[in-house]
Design a protein around this ligand. Structure first.
Ligand SMILES: [Cu+2]
Length: 145
């Protein structure tokens, strides 16, 4: 009789231990999720470059119109077989020249790390029909159209 009681008591303890283990695992999973969420937040906080793809046909710069925060770098990729350039219009009109990639060959990338707020229209010096616009706003937010 007393053996049976002892067994029951053991089963109860084991059940409690199993519950405790489950709670520990659950707590560990929650902690892991919190850590992953925080890491995700930090990844978002660090600005990744906004990428614009150069094309042989319209739209030659895709996206053509970009609204971007001051802290976000902008990169142009040239997957075409031709030379192109990313030339701020100011470089040709004699105004302030904010950026000019010079000849950008196939598979080349040109990056502008930082621009002060303002509107920047640019073109390709090899193909003046190629045109794009950057609108830089004083924030970390960005959007593209
Ligand atoms: Cu071009």
């Amino acid at each position: 009789m007393s053996v049976t009681k002892h067994e029951i008591h053991n089963k109860g303890t084991m059940r409690e231990q199993t519950l405790l283990a489950q709670q520990l695992i659950r707590g560990g999973l929650v902690l892991l999720m919190v850590v992953m969420f925080l890491m995700g937040s930090f990844a978002v906080a660090a600005p990744s470059a906004l990428r614009i793809t150069i094309g042989t046909f319209a739209p030659y710069y895709s996206p053509t119109l970009v609204h971007i925060g001051t802290g976000t770098p902008i990169s142009w990729d040239n997957p075409t077989a031709d030379l192109h350039s990313i030339t701020h219009d100011g470089c040709k009109t004699g105004e302030r020249c904010a950026f000019d990639s010079g000849p950008l060959g196939p598979n080349g990338t040109f990056t502008v790390p930082h621009l002060t707020p303002g509107s920047y229209s640019y073109h390709c010096s090899f193909h003046p029909i190629m045109r794009g616009v950057l609108v830089v706003v004083p924030s970390g937010s960005s959007s593209e159209t």
